[in-house]
Design a protein around this ligand. Structure first.
Ligand code: ZN
Length: 204
């Protein structure tokens, strides 16, 4: 499986990092080794002093596709999940300034938390009306609503599949809302879709 990620998909998060609003979705990939094994703790890597959480709604691909039109995109997924795109913000900042690729900051081992609970799309009236949140040590630090996405899920699937053939089991990270922040050893993160607990992860 591969992990494809969308950057800058929520206006308020673009503002908080003082980024430019893109003309088309920012895309990047994480290799399979980025996936944090289920139940494992996240160990802050030695190369970063500033690891940030980014909670993101996930879409799991259920059918092989390429050049998918937005109007047919809903046929290519039936499960919605939640995860964290861990980001070494200090490394990313240095790479961005030099115009270099982001892999060292975004694709390292354990950087993709993929919650073990997946919800069927039929559980939602609309995938563009889903609330999700992240708690750090019991306090809400990020709240998102898919209605606030700059590019809707079906538009993202269309865009991603222009470049990358989508295969069964691939996971798309759809971008983070505002409220990203640093983690410290000892923190405990918990992700929710609506009121449902989707994952917990301890930081070491
Ligand atoms: Zn992200």
């Amino acid at each position: 499986m591969k992990i494809l990620c969308v950057g800058r998909n929520y206006a308020k998060h673009i503002e908080e990092l003082a980024n430019e609003r893109p003309q088309s979705p920012v895309l990047f990939a994480k290799p399979e080794t980025a996936k944090l094994p289920l139940g494992d703790d996240f160990y802050i890597p030695e190369f970063s002093q500033d690891i940030h959480y980014e909670v993101e709604l996930l879409v799991k691909i259920s059918k092989v596709g390429k050049h998918i039109q937005p109007k047919f995109a809903a046929k290519y997924y039936d499960e919605i999940g939640l995860g964290i795109d861990f980001t070494a913000r200090d490394i990313q900042q240095a790479l961005k300034e030099k115009g270099l690729p982001w892999e060292k900051a975004k694709a390292f081992d354990g950087s993709a938390v993929i919650g073990e609970t997946w919800l069927n799309t039929s559980e939602f009236e609309s995938v563009q009306d889903i609330h999700f949140s992240l708690q750090k040590n019991g306090r809400v630090v990020q709240e998102g609503h898919t209605g606030m996405m700059l590019w809707k899920i079906d538009e993202l699937i269309a865009e991603v599949s222009r470049y990358f053939t989508l295969k069964i089991g691939d996971v798309i990270f759809t971008g983070t809302p505002a409220g990203v922040g640093k983690v410290e050893a000892g923190d405990r993160l918990a992700g929710f879709i609506e009121k449902k607990s989707i994952f917990t992860v301890s930081i070491r």
